[in-house]
Write a protein that binds this ligand. Structure first.
Ligand code: SF4
Length: 119
């Protein structure tokens, strides 16, 4: 699994992504049960509110070899995770990510997976 990680731009200001990276390394959370090696291809942000730049980030990550686009939990669950401030446009971001990943994947003849949380 070659992961392109996308994070909330606001949270990326103060969070070093330790829990996201740990979940990949230790295969916990969204990565539990993944048999193959989890390799991190790159980390980007949504590009800032309301997330309209996210498609370009997906294109970059897939061009660099990502076969799985992962949205960090700060987007889908908020920060602190599960407690506050989930992204108000998380669903729109996920739709844009899914559509872009499908288009880029089709062009490369691969199916790009989408994972919408990390830990
Ligand atoms: S659009 Fe959502 S994920 Fe992106 S910076 Fe704003 S709150 Fe964070």
């Amino acid at each position: 699994m070659k992961v392109g990680l996308i994070r909330c731009e606001i949270v990326a200001d103060f969070c070093p992504a330790s829990s996201c990276l740990s979940s990949m390394k230790n295969k916990t959370g969204a990565f539990e049960g993944v048999d193959e090696e989890v390799e991190l291809v790159g980390i980007m942000t949504c590009g800032g509110c309301p997330g309209k730049k996210v498609a370009s980030k997906v294109r970059s990550l897939i061009a660099k070899g990502a076969d799985t686009i992962v949205l960090s939990s700060c987007i889908s669950k908020g920060y602190p995770v599960g407690k506050a401030f989930p992204c108000p446009t998380a669903e729109e971001i996920k739709k844009a990510v899914t559509a872009t990943a499908k288009k880029c994947g089709n062009a490369k003849g691969v199916e790009v997976r989408i994972v919408d949380w990390t830990h």
